[in-house]
Design a protein around this ligand. Structure first.
Ligand code: ADP
Ligand code: MG
Length: 319
């Protein structure tokens, strides 16, 4: 099968959008951004064996390839709009492309995100998306906006994707088939089909002072907010949300380590003034997504945690 036949199979799956003047098929796409909006642009690459186990099902690879990019847009408070896909494939395999497209376009259609171009080459399996979103002038959620005294919040149940990865690495879970254990299956889904927190990111415009998506673990990603905002972060380790699925497979200390050091969850970590607490609780109810207050921004630098080692027990993590 030739390259153009593969591209045709992908083009057949990409839907329409009024602001796509010209999509797949010409030398470049033509897009009409809305007046008064900034473009938010991000790129993320997934390499087989590095960013996902080689035995991962193509539909799951498709979903995740787009999810990690939509998550970056969510973390900016941007509305996902369009993007491109650079595919490097070991062989031109129509069945693989169709299965990949099942996962990729399932997520794209959920968010009215349109694939408008890309590139297809032969090589080891690698998938790279460049995604564009829109955010009103001045309304983006940046890493550098936190203020001393702001609360630190985390969405959802972080640590579950890392838990699945650790179970897979020790041979206790197969990524390519459903797990018999319901708790394991929940963890596996969180690794393979992360939910980009798009609705949350949009709702946090005007509420959050800074935001980041958790791809490398809470410590590392909160550390980015602290560094870019020129201050420190104090984590209340006892406040970290540890899901039942996480606690079903790991003891408390390991579960907390999954949250702190495990990436791949794509939850949003954000800061907001204490005056925003009640509005954030209302938002959590509306979105049916837990939002948990896990610390406070403070003068200094780096991320430190307290609470677990008893009175006076501080742990300096980074920075
Ligand atoms: P060119 O040689 O001008 O770069 P190509 O033959 O590579 O054009 O691509 C033809 C059209 O198909 C272009 O519109 C390109 O954006 C699109 N395309 C190529 N690969 C992909 C892909 N993996 N996903 C989506 N669109 C693609
Ligand atoms: Mg080309």
């Amino acid at each position: 099968m030739a390259e153009f036949a593969l591209i045709d199979r992908i083009r057949a799956r990409s839907g329409a959008r009024a602001d796509v003047v010209l999509g797949i098929g010409d030398d470049a796409a033509l897009l009409q951004p809305a007046a008064g909006q900034w473009l938010a642009v991000t790129a993320d690459t997934l390499n087989a064996g590095v960013h996902f186990p080689v035995e991962t099902e193509p539909a799951d690879i498709g979903w995740k390839t787009l999810a990690v990019n939509l998550s970056d847009l969510a973390a900016m408070g941007a509305e996902p709009c369009w993007g491109t896909l650079a595919l490097s494939l070991p062989q031109a395999d129509a069945g693989w492309i169709d299965a990949f497209a099942d996962g990729f376009f399932a997520l794209a259609d959920l968010h009215d995100w349109r694939l408008v171009g890309g590139d297809t080459t032969r090589g080891s399996l690698s998938l790279s998306v460049t995604a564009f979103g829109q955010v009103p002038h001045g309304a983006a959620l940046r890493r550098d906006g936190a203020q001393v005294g702001d609360d630190i919040w985390i969405s959802g149940t972080p640590g579950e994707a890392a838990a699945a990865l650790r179970l897979w690495q020790r041979g206790a879970l197969a990524v390519e088939r459903a797990a018999a254990d319901a708790g394991h299956e929940q963890l596996r889904q969180r690794l393979l089909r992360p939910t980009p927190r798009v609705a949350l990111g949009l709702a946090l415009r005007g509420i959050a002072s800074a935001a980041v998506d958790v791809s490398d673990g809470l410590l590392a990603d909160l550390g980015h907010i602290a560094a870019r905002s020129g201050m420190g972060a104090q984590l209340a380790l006892d406040a970290l949300p540890l899901s039942a699925a996480l606690r079903g497979s790991f003891d408390e200390e390991q579960a907390r380590d999954c949250v702190l050091r495990g990436g791949d969850d794509y939850e949003l970590c954000f800061t907001a003034a204490p005056s925003r607490r009640s509005v954030l609780q209302v938002l959590a109810d509306q979105l049916q997504l837990p939002l948990t207050r896990i610390g406070v921004m403070q003068a200094g630098s780096g991320v430190q945690g307290d609470g677990v080692q008893g009175p006076g027990g501080y742990q300096h993590f980074a920075g």
